[in-house]
Design a protein around this ligand. Structure first.
Ligand code: ATP
Ligand code: MG
Length: 227
């Protein structure tokens, strides 16, 4: 049984946050780290891992062929999340989605690479899920010059000592190195690079055994007013 909620223009945050609500309001409940993310619902087959490493090499030397487009934020994220919903259904993880952005708001982004960002973050939420009733809550918010995306899970969480490093290349927490989950620790470093190449930034708040929230922003497209 999967709880799939799909809400546009939610007026109230009530019930929107599964957990860590205090940290979002800056009450110091969760811990924050600036940095970046990647994918991996399951141990990566060697060939795919090699592909990701090749991508990293390209990203590293600024050879990633970005194809930036001007697009409607709401349409883009609605489509992404619809696709993600199908994947989560297969994993028996519940999804809530709240899109607070106006229909007209546009972003400048490479749709494919931005999708990679979301897939990587969700991939981690799936991979590090330790609850019987896994839940992912995605929020799209308008925060002035940026659109902010928040992806929250109720998985195993990340220790405070690890949080500042999760966006570093090859960094994996002791907990994930010692577990059966495969991975090379490059996912979040690729994600950070892509987000930064979009003029945005990414950070996380987490509480061990409670869950994790990944936040990232992408700049809105804005007309330059004529003088
Ligand atoms: N949603 C999450 N919940 C718990 N821990 C997480 C989450 N996302 C990331 N982490 C921790 O951050 C580390 C770095 O994540 P990253 O995606 O870069 O690497 P990985 O998942 O270990 O490997 P790869 O993504 O290359 O397959 C992970 O090893 C894990 O310890
Ligand atoms: Mg990963």
């Amino acid at each position: 049984m999967v709880n799939y909620q799909y809400v546009r223009y939610g007026r109230s945050e009530a019930g929107a946050s599964l957990l860590l609500a205090g940290s979002e309001r800056g009450e110091g409940d969760g811990r924050e780290a600036w940095g970046g993310s990647r994918r991996g619902a399951r141990p990566l087959p060697a060939r795919q891992a090699a592909k990701e490493l090749t991508l990293y090499a390209k990203i590293d030397t600024n050879r990633i062929p970005y194809d930036f487009k001007r697009m409607k934020a709401s349409d883009y994220f609605d489509d992404c999340i619809e696709e993600i919903g199908l994947g989560l259904e297969a994993e028996h993880i519940g999804l809530s989605y709240f899109n607070y952005a106006e229909d007209s708001v546009e972003i400048i982004a490479d749709p494919e690479q931005l999708k990679r960002v979301i897939d990587n973050i969700i991939g981690n939420s799936i991979k590090y899920m330790d609850k019987e009733h896994g839940l992912i809550n995605i929020r799209v918010k308008d925060v002035g010059d940026f659109i902010q995306i928040e992806i929250e899970d109720n998985g195993k969480g990340i220790a405070q000592k690890d949080l500042p490093f999760i966006f570093d290349r090859f960094y994996r927490t002791d907990a994930s190195r010692n577990s059966a989950t495969g991975g090379s620790g490059i996912g979040l470093s690729i994600v950070r690079k892509i987000v930064e190449d979009h003029g945005g930034k990414i950070w996380a708040a987490s509480k061990e055994s409670t869950g994790t929230v990944m936040y990232f922003v992408v700049r809105k497209y804005q007309e330059v007013p004529n003088e």
